[in-house]
Design a protein around this ligand. Structure first.
Ligand code: ACO
Length: 320
């Protein structure tokens, strides 16, 4: 009998501090009006100086585990998607595993930038649906405020901090119906934080650099393709999608994608106004919001999709 992985709990966490567009007006030469019309972002959350990606991940994970109605000790796989890990090593997943008081389960990080959660969920699905793991914790957690150049108005207005998590369990009932992952490393210079460490010194800039226009066009193109690929694999039409949850980078990218797919705005979950772009955390944050406010209901088709640095992109289609 075919077995599936099912999402049985979602959780999220946003740091207390909110940075509004008005706050940014006093930091760089920008305006609330520019940020809202170009990106749809109104505010973003910023982690406290002592909060690391694993701390945000821990809070989101506890919420997801509680919603799933299981104990942390029932988790036998931990995957964290992050671009802003606590340290070079050990992985943020190992640090999170320890904070959760779990021992011996496999724990590792996935680095696929803004597609990280999609990559992590697809990976966990392979462990769970094949019986290698019973209950997987999949987290996207980011502290992008640490890799922002706060003097660069072209990037610092776009990002925020946060974490989202899901618990996957093995079940006869779907579940994750399909996942599709892609990458094209020839775009690596277009969106990067191109620093490396040599003999204890940082070489290159550790801040985000990007060609915004190129990223915008590529994102709209592949978000449409990724959704269509998911639908085709399951013999579904755009009208069969109950909820589209794309990566939350820019409201114009989200609405252009939905328009190209012919999906009405009411079926698109958008949190970018409140959260900004939280990279690997953006999809699970939006998912948790739509689950907790009751929008997502049993047996609905939910398309999760991401695009990010690499470039990387992909989708996961879930029957809720
Ligand atoms: N405030 C005011 N003016 C600004 C700001 C700012 N914060 N940033 C840039 N500008 C200026 C520019 O200097 C430029 O001025 P100029 O015409 O005098 O040269 C003008 O605004 C227009 O800039 P554009 O880059 O053409 O603006 P655009 O409408 O393309 O919007 C944006 C820029 C928002 C970055 C857009 O290209 C975008 O969202 N791209 C996608 C990037 C993205 O999502 N990155 C996230 C990471 S990737 C991911 O998650 C997939």
């Amino acid at each position: 009998m075919a077995m599936y992985s099912r999402i049985i709990g979602t959780g999220s966490y946003l740091p207390e501090k909110i940075l509004t567009n008005l706050d940014l007006e006093s930091m760089v030469d920008t305006s609330d009006e520019w940020i809202q019309t170009r990106t749809g972002i109104k505010q973003r959350h910023i982690a406290a100086p002592d909060q690391m990606a694993s701390d945000l991940a821990l809070a989101a994970s506890r919420n997801a585990i509680q919603a799933a109605g299981i104990q942390a000790s029932d988790i036998d796989l931990v995957i964290v998607a992050t671009t802003t890990p606590d340290m070079i090593f050990p992985s943020t997943a190992c640090i999170l595993q320890n904070k959760l008081g779990i021992v011996s389960s496999p724990a590792f990080d996935v680095q696929a930038v803004c597609s990280g959660f999609i990559y992590a969920l697809a990976t966990a699905d392979m462990f769970v649906s094949t019986g290698k793991s019973r209950n997987a914790l999949v987290v996207g957690s980011e502290v992008y405020s640490r890799i922002m150049d706060w003097n660069d108005r072209s990037t610092c207005v776009l990002f925020g901090d946060g974490a989202g998590a899901v618990v996957l369990t093995r079940d006869q009932k779907p579940g994750i119906l399909s996942s599709h992952l892609h990458a094209d490393g020839s775009y690596s210079q277009v969106l990067s934080a191109p620093a490396s460490i040599h003999s204890g010194k940082i070489q290159g800039t550790p801040f985000i650099t990007m060609e915004g226009g190129t990223v915008f066009k590529f994102a709209v193109k592949v978000l449409e393709e990724a959704a269509l690929e998911a639908l085709q694999a399951n013999d579904l039409q755009p009208s069969d999608i109950d909820w589209l949850i794309p990566h939350q980078a820019n409201i114009r990218i989200i609405t252009s994608t939905a328009k190209k797919l012919g999906i009405p705005e009411e079926k698109v979950v958008a949190t970018v106004a409140q959260h900004g772009n939280t990279s690997a955390a953006s999809v699970p944050l939006a998912l948790d919001q739509a689950v907790r406010d009751g929008r997502i209901q049993p047996d609905q088709n939910v398309v999760l999709e991401g695009v990010g640095g690499g470039f990387t992109w992909g989708s996961v289609l879930v029957r809720w």
